[in-house]
Write a new protein. Structure first.
Length: 280
């Protein structure tokens, strides 16, 4: 699933490419993608003729503000892609293209999703959090917000849970998932199964700094695309940060710090990568 760096990369692309454009027509071929609407009609009618004024991100959700006052909400799910096109034929629409917004000035914005866990819907700013309760309870955004080390330490110690599940809990820290929690913990030198209330003041600072550094670097390199290359940016290009992963998907390879082989464990049904020597 795309995490904060991938969603933020797409948000920035949309700011440059979509803001100011008017939606002329809306085509829907996959009703599961717009499942929050009972039929296609209200979805199409609320978008047709509107102009995109800006693009925000909340956690892993994209929010496109419209001049009608509505918000177009996009969640990429496991395999969703938002792709820009010059026109209806260039490039040809991919299989599993479920929603197409065509601009009055030419060009399109397409939502592609083979596994259909993602979604697109229109709502009002006032109804957004009731539509998506997760957004009402989002935690600290480690990229956009600033928290003092004292407050961050208080947050960690109040949870008394293992570090990786804590980092991935959207109610605690918004936007981190399986890839970046592993990368952050390696950067901080902490094991995934350390409990949050055992961290020293120095370890709290290392963890906080590691979150900032890893997210900034990942966004700089436009996110991570794994072997399936399902994550693509707005222009259909893969991300570049996978070339800089220090632990994720590197089982058996030498640690960049100590040269001991990296380890993979199944934790909560997910693969966790770490260095058993460097991370304590």
């Amino acid at each position: 699933m795309p995490e904060l760096p991938e969603v933020e990369t797409i948000r920035r692309d949309l700011e440059r490419e979509a803001v100011g454009k008017k939606i002329k027509t809306v085509d829907v071929t996959g009703t599961r993608t717009i499942r929050r609407h009972k039929t296609k009609k209200p979805f199409v009618e609320r978008l047709t003729g509107t102009k995109i004024l800006g693009v925000d991100r909340k956690g892993k959700y994209l929010l496109l503000r419209l001049d009608s006052g509505d918000v177009l909400v996009v969640h990429l799910g496991m395999s969703g892609q938002l792709l820009a096109a010059k026109n209806a034929k260039t490039p040809p629409p991919l299989k599993h293209t479920h929603v197409v917004l065509s601009y009055s000035t030419g060009g399109q914005l397409r939502f592609v999703d083979p596994r259909t866990f993602g979604e697109v819907f229109v709502t009002t700013p006032e109804a957004l959090e009731s539509e998506v309760p997760e957004l009402a309870h989002l935690g600290f955004d480690a990229y956009e917000q600033v928290m003092s080390w004292v407050d961050f330490a208080r947050l960690l110690r109040s949870k008394r849970t293992k570090l990786k599940p804590l980092l991935m809990d959207q109610k605690v820290i918004a936007g981190l998932g399986n890839i970046y929690s592993d990368e952050v913990l390696f950067e901080a030198g902490l094991r995934h199964d350390r409990t949050s209330d055992t961290l020293t003041a120095q370890e709290v600072r290392r963890l906080y700094r590691a979150m900032m550094d890893v997210l900034q670097e990942a966004i700089k390199h436009r996110g991570s695309s794994l072997a399936d290359e399902q994550y693509r940016d707005l222009f259909g290009e893969v991300g570049g940060f996978q070339a800089f992963h220090r632990v994720y998907d590197r089982e058996g390879q030498p640690c960049v710090r100590c040269r001991n082989p990296l380890v993979r464990e199944k934790v909560g049904g997910r693969s966790t990568f770490y260095c058993a020597h460097c991370q304590v």
